[in-house]
Ligand binder design. Sequence first.
Ligand SMILES: [Zn+2]
Ligand SMILES: [Zn+2]
Length: 270
Amino acid sequence: MTRVTAAVCRAGGDLFGVEELVIDDPRPDEVLVRFTAAGLCHTDLEVAAGRMPTPFPVVAGHEGAGVVDAVGSAVSGFAPGDRVVASFSFCGTCRNCRNGRPAYCPQHFPLNFGAQRTDGSTGLRDATGEPVHDHFFGQSSFAGYGLCRPSSLVRVSGSALVDHVLAPLGCGVITGAGAVWNLLRVPPGSTVAVFGAGAVGLSAVMAAFERGDGGGGGRCGADHRVRHPARAARSGRPPRPPLTGRLVRWWSIWRRRMTKMPTRWCACGY
Ligand SMILES: [Zn+2]
Ligand SMILES: [Zn+2]
């Protein structure tokens, strides 16, 4: 159990309030990460505004970078001291996950916007002992520490990039660069119009520039499939958090679309 300072959304429209919370020790399938940087994405603001199906109170944040503090007994591939970037969660067993498109996992909404463990519990409590939702996108990185799902973590080697540059790789960079490289497949010499110059838009510009000069260096990415072969090989229905409120309808629409996705469709963001 660790004390942690976090930005908490108490209700839709309240934005963020800094609070002192308590976080559990990691369960066997969790990794405790000490976050040193986190990007702010419009999705976090949509959650704070109450326009997403995420329950309150919640610690948002889905572009975290930091250092592994402790590792659950069933987790492999990570060790205390590892530098990591945190991104979204996925089941690892469905067709889209197995085919390298975890961004289109049918379990995306319960695993990422559900903001809780798959048994419905949370790892955070406030000063009165009441639970605070975490595991948002498998990380809840608007906090000093987060209990992360291993599927959300990518280990980073070397020290060439500082943490506040690494953090947006978890969402903005892979979304913008993935749209140019994987979805649009922008050919050299073509013109690209990018609307919006935040992390997503600027990443799209950089990706288009890299594609334009034909250079092969500087690309970034990670194949989540190779990180958890045991999970991917496991058969049966993958665990997901219980569904309540608006999450039921959002997940139903998402799952219907994702299970019918053609296999040749390239993923934006991957
Ligand atoms: Zn985002
Ligand atoms: Zn999946």
